[in-house]
Write a protein that binds this ligand. Sequence first.
Ligand code: FES
Length: 316
Amino acid sequence: MAKAIRTVKTIVKDISEPLAGIKVLVLEDEDQWDLPPFRPGAHIDLHLGKKLVRTYSLCNAPHENSRYVLGVKKEDLGRGGSRFIHEGLEVGGRIDVSLPRGGMDFDQENMNIFVAGGIGITPFVSAIRHMENQSRANYVLYWSSNGPASIPEMIRPAIDAGRVHISDTRHDPFPDYAAIVSAHGQHSKVFCCGPEPMLRAFEQAVSSWPTERVHIERFSIAKPDIAGSDDTFKVVLSRSGREAVVEPGANIVHMLEELDADISFSCEGGICGACRTPWIEGPPVHNDRVLTPAEREKDVIVCVAGCAGPRLVLDA
Ligand code: FES
């Protein structure tokens, strides 16, 4: 069976450092073809090396898909992706990238409240550039950072139009999320992206909101406990016929890598969607924060999956 196209070859066209520790990459197709289309707030995986796949939000507007623009903060205590980008990547380098995934659905009539922490601004850059391109003003951004804002020039028209509130928590008060969301009311739609403690505070502030009006974008997470895996089960790759036994508590990602499964992994925490795979037999126990109930009928986020039956058969 022919393999589906999962990655696109790009070339690093430009690298800049608008603030110490923040790099902005511009990727283009080698032959100047348009890149696969994407939605505002979407993200892609960068294949930086064998087993080094990392997920970043696209910062350009969807109508600008002759290139992909990414903002990457160097995380010295991270898992190595941002260090590679900051220290090992050069203009002219080649990177395979995944097809774009995810994105944000805005309220067309009511206000859209964007709340960003630090480099969590990146999905909102794409969203704001999209809104500005459509001459839509029904949004406001609250952006706090522990230091100067990293990439404000990317949203300069929105700042100049007074639609952005920037705070530096070294001297400004920490944002009061409950006050921010209640000022706009539950007919608004709220979006948040930032470090985990901030997301937890924000989730607390919107705990009474209808879930369909809340969009939380995570870029890091502690590896979750895998529920539903108290029993041993077999993971089977239907295309190659390879299989392995997954003992309770075993790392299914490592087992799939040993089976040489044609599945990409990035966050390994069930939040980025890179490892989404159709399942044939299970049923899987879903532990991700990516799929809707309807999507779980067909697909599984394997990096955090368990299995309620003796065999988890993947269409891979
Ligand atoms: S690798 Fe990110 S969701 Fe599985």
